[in-house]
Ligand binder design. Structure first.
Ligand code: HEC
Length: 330
């Protein structure tokens, strides 16, 4: 007769199997370069042209998807524009072994509370990303330009600083600066969703005449394989005026190889005056082989507006500097 304790032990053994198999494979195949503990301190290190990343670093191992590391281990570093020293394991290993060893190295972080890279959805034009990032972005919206610096703080927070310019008929192109802080309040690997709250502050500089404070809530979800949804609601409070209104956006997208077509709907609801609604069809393109440099091109189409408004070009270029240097990974 199988007692509950034996059944439990059997279940635990089955659950532990991939990990212990992964650990054994790691020691046999990877430890010579990545070090017995995954920190990259290995006997062969002196012979390598690039020092392997510290696989135990949570920020490194959680920010990317399992598929991405699986790709590097299967195809080798060179397929992603990384060093040739990272070999391809597809000839000598089964897909199950590759997954086991990648799950093992992803478990080396050993800390809870780091949102997984599976929830790091591609940046949309209107909705703020819910995932905290290390990124530099420059964006274009009609005649307006924005230069954004984002820095991740620990597991769930991110600081952001941005400056804006406008190239129009006025001779003062400097539009203003904004600082922001956001915090991922909830994520679920099972529900494949995350929610982040934050606040933006814009001082009276450039063309901005009064302090503006904008609290926001941003969310992302991956309800169906390959398909993701991102949304944001932003409130606006202006010094002297009080609450001046809110804006919202919701978009869907799907990754197709290097391209991610997305459709966003965004609107503004001012406290006084008429609301506007726009559609923003856009395509995000992965530019570097590693995927840490990407661009996006789209158009904002006014769908409902009080005054005549015209289509405006939307575009951005981003570099995920937390992932790799600008000139690596091509
Ligand atoms: C011959 C040495 C060598 C062996 C063996 C090796 N690697 Fe690597 N690996 C490297 C080097 C060097 C890099 C860094 C490449 C770069 O950044 O250009 C690397 C990078 C990686 C990365 C990418 C890390 C990142 O930050 O993006 C992963 C994942 C990885 N290795 C996993 C493994 C696994 C799993 C194994 C065993 C199945 C393995 N490696 C075996 C040398 C090796």
């Amino acid at each position: 007769m199988i007692t509950p304790a034996v059944a439990l032990l059997a279940t635990l053994a089955v659950q532990a199997a991939p990990d212990s198999a992964g650990a054994t494979l790691y020691r046999a195949w990877c430890a010579s370069c990545h070090g017995a503990d995954g920190r990259g301190q290995a006997a062969r290190q002196t012979q390598l042209s690039v020092r392997p990343a510290d696989l135990t670093e949570c920020q490194t191992s959680t920010a990317e998807t399992e598929e991405r590391w699986l790709g590097i281990v299967r195809e080798g570093g060179a397929a992603f524009g990384l060093s040739l020293d990272m070999p391809a394991f597809r000839y000598g290993a089964t897909p199950e072994q590759l997954r086991a060893v990648v799950r093992y190295i992803r478990s080396l972080c050993g800390e809870r509370g780091w949102p997984p890279g599976e929830l790091n959805f591609p940046r949309a034009f209107l909705a703020e990303k819910a995932y905290p990032e290390n990124e530099v972005v420059t964006s274009l919206h009609g005649s307006e330009q924005e230069y954004i610096y984002e820095r991740r703080l620990g597991r769930r927070a991110q600081l952001e600083a941005s400056a804006r310019t406008v190239l129009d008929s006025l001779d003062r192109p400097f539009d203003g600066v904004t600082g922001a802080l956001k915090y991922n309040v909830w994520y679920s690997t099972v529900r494949r969703a995350l929610v982040t709250v934050g606040v933006e502050g814009t001082p009276p500089l450039g063309r901005q005449e009064a302090w503006e404070i904008e609290p926001f809530i941003a969310a992302g979800a991956n309800p169906l394989a390959g398909l993701f949804v991102q949304a944001e609601v932003v409130g606006a409070w202006e010094d002297g005026e009080g609450v001046s209104g809110f804006s919202y956006s919701v978009g869907v997208g799907r990754e197709v190889g290097r391209f991610t077509p997305m459709l966003e709907v965004g609107g503004t609801v001012p406290r006084a005056g008429e609301a506007t609604v726009s559609l923003v069809p856009q395509v995000r393109v992965q530019l570097s082989r590693l995927g840490h440099v990407a661009g996006s091109l789209g158009v904002e189409l006014p769908a409902c507006a009080p005054e005549p408004r015209y289509p405006r070009l939307t575009a951005f270029l981003l570099w995920d500097y937390g992932d790799a240097g600008l000139f690596r990974g091509w």
